[in-house]
Design a protein around this ligand. Structure first.
Ligand code: CTP
Length: 401
């Protein structure tokens, strides 16, 4: 289940041209299963209409007219009580000043005063306004009170100038919303290292030996770790994916680089979802191999086994409390997986049959069996890689108990 499903999010939209991006944010939140109530300020309404938000959230959007309506005296209080999160995006310098000083002269600021939930602010204004000492003072005040400030970003501004004041993109705000909602999750306070993607072993400056791993399962795991309130370090081989907001990302190419990166970390949990190379060229050619020189003979050697190295160092140093691996197999799935579970001294292994069309590399779904060191086994039905990731995190949190 998505961290957003069933969550009550209040989205405040103030007077900035970035308001059109807030519609995208509202849509993303609604699609993820959140109940999104939008409150527009008078200036916000000048840029985007309540209808825009109603169309993407399926719920009525509120304006200052509602401050004076029949239910006005309870509306802001009930919003303040039931909301899981108040997000103001875009937030103008004016609204920030009101929030910092406790003003309550419109439905949004009245609600903000009544709200008992975390507050995320995504400022949007001209660079000069953002840099003004008054705005900076307000920002500092809000931060001190626990508000989460996201952005602003640097770039082209509506004034035609370039500077710091652009609202950050909806996807980034969405990521911060997930982090805020997961803050007290079942892995709060823990640190998890996740590896992802297929390593690349150089043959020459142009060519590599790699594998079919897309990194999808590893990236889904990194997101699930963040959703459960832990810090995540994502050690990733090259992929086409965007890392989740909030992950500390270490980019590597070869299995040796991945091994070095893993051994630098010390965390509660290591999840090796990456498909590391088993073989690599003994030596990469310094210059591009030319066709005219004939078919090259590439001599291979064994690549370091990351989990094997971790297993050797586990007893002497408590580097990782829990270590989980994956077993990508095309035959004898459980037999091979259980052998790897033992030889790599894992707490559990996620066995997946890569010969199935709806599981394994590059597809969105996976079909896995979890094998535990204590002999227990759980076969999961076909599910999305996101759901598999959530299941794995559930098991990790139980093992950590
Ligand atoms: N792995 C690793 N280092 C490698 C290769 C793989 O630590 N050089 C990890 C993977 O991240 C995975 C587990 O080992 O968690 C099993 O990987 P897999 O490719 O299924 O098995 P191998 O150990 O490579 O064995 P085989 O090639 O014989 O299947």
């Amino acid at each position: 289940m998505s961290i957003l499903s069933g969550k009550h999010i209040l989205l405040g939209v103030t007077g900035s041209i970035a308001g059109y991006k807030a519609a995208d944010l509202a849509s993303k939140l609604a699609q993820a299963g959140a109940q999104v109530d939008v409150i527009l300020t008078g200036a916000g309404e000048k840029f985007v209409t309540p209808l825009t938000f109603q169309s993407v959230t399926g719920r009525r959007a509120y304006t200052d007219v509602d401050l004076w309506g029949k239910e006005a005296h309870v509306l802001h209080v009930s919003f303040g009580k039931t909301a899981d999160l108040l997000v103001i995006a875009p937030c103008t310098a004016d609204t920030m000043a009101k929030l910092a000083n406790g003003f309550a002269d419109n439905l949004l600021t009245v609600t903000a005063l009544a709200a008992q939930c975390p507050l995320i602010i995504a400022p949007a204004m001209d660079g000069g306004m953002f840099g003004h000492p008054a705005t900076q003072e307000n920002l500092a005040k809000l931060k001190e009170r626990g508000a989460i400030i996201v952005g602003p970003a640097e770039g082209h501004l509506a004034s035609g100038l370039t500077g710091t004041g652009r609202m950050v993109e909806p996807a980034e705000i969405f990521g911060h919303i997930r982090i805020a909602l997961g803050r007290n999750g079942k892995l709060a306070g823990k640190k998890v290292v996740v590896t992802a993607g297929g390593t690349q072993e150089s043959i020459d400056p142009v060519r590599v030996i790699t594998n079919r791993s897309s990194g999808k399962q590893g990236y889904a795991l990194a997101q699930a770790v963040l959703d459960s309130g832990a810090d995540v370090c994502l050690i990733t081989a090259p992929t086409a994916l965007t890392p989740p907001v909030g992950a500390r990302v270490v980019h590597v190419k070869s299995v040796q680089e991945m091994l070095d990166a893993v051994m630098k970390e010390s965390a509660d949990v290591l999840i090796m979802a990456a498909a590391g190379a088993d073989f690599r060229p003994v030596q990469a050619a310094k210059d591009k191999l030319k066709k005219r020189d004939g078919i090259p003979q590439v001599e291979l050697e064994a690549a370091p086994d990351i989990l094997g190295t971790v297993a050797d160092s586990r007893s002497e140093k408590k580097r990782f409390q829990i270590v989980a691996g994956f077993a990508a197999e095309s035959r004898n799935l459980l037999e091979n997986a259980s052998e790897k579970l033992k030889s790599k001294k894992l707490d559990f292994i996620v066995a997946n049959n890569i010969s199935a069309e709806d599981a394994g590399f590059a597809v969105e779904t996976n079909r896995v069996t979890l094998l535990f060191a204590n002999g227990l086994k759980e076969t999961l039905p076909l599910m999305s890689k996101i759901e598999v990731a959530e299941k794995i995190i559930e098991h990790i949190s139980k093992l950590l108990e």
